[in-house]
Design a binder for this molecule. Sequence first.
Ligand code: AMP
Ligand code: ZN
Ligand code: FE
Ligand code: FE
Length: 281
Amino acid sequence: MIDLHTHTSFSDGTDSPTELINKALASGISTIGLTDHDTVAGWDEAISHLRPRIALVPGAEISCQTEDGISVHMLGLLFDRENKELADVLEQTRENRIGRMNKIIARLNGAGYEITMSDVQEQLSDGATLGRPHLADALVAKGYLKSREEVFAELLHNNSPHYVAHYSPTPEVAIALIKAAGGVAVIAHPMASLRGRVISTETFKDYVSAGLDGIEVFHRDQSAENRELLINIASELSLVVTGSSDYHGNGKLNQLGESTTSPEEFFKLESKANARRVIKL
Ligand code: AMP
Ligand code: ZN
Ligand code: FE
Ligand code: FE
């Protein structure tokens, strides 16, 4: 089984990269993508705790925003992490998430929630990308609500008055950066409309012009109808079709391997990187 999109405690997942590798192996996964939000900080631990019979696809899920303010997640896989332009944009995004978090906290304080940045930092592992899930965990720890899901539904969803965006590159810029770093670009859950506004079907061809390689079709947040539409778009535009769990440990219900990528599609995807970067023992 091939699962190309997972998170660890280096962003808003709850398993360490070591635990991720071990659990993936136990779940029968042969190829696992590590795609923490806007960071490659988990790669080294995953590489040093790699096990026989499992291959690692190093990557990152890059937060993007369209010019119309629509949030898009771009999976960058198999890129060269030494590429300075890409590393700089990831760093800028991570830094901007701190100021953004302070703004969200101020809005929540204004609405009567007593929560501070240090409450949020307590929920974060060292070196991890800060995100709304950590704020959600802090609100749960303070007894305001019961789970991340509840906090997102009531307070932190993209259309909430408490929501603030952070600096992010456009999807076209992110794709160009991933490609220039030798990697492959796959748009993550493009039709996950429960999270907020999504791009129109016409937009995909612009991303193909920028270098897009694939579309994440099989994902729990996309309906059968969405999937059919995306498969047709992928076929028209000669894009690779992927599926993945978007596993977050205990941070979400998503289970490792619940959606997967076929070996044929993965072979096509891997061959679009400029070097062999799948890591195996
Ligand atoms: P941020 O990157 O800070 O904007 O936070 C977005 C992240 O929050 C997403 O990548 C998801 O992992 C997580 N998330 C979004 N919606 C939910 C939800 N309803 N329940 C739990 N986690 C969510
Ligand atoms: Zn996440
Ligand atoms: Fe995502
Ligand atoms: Fe994700």
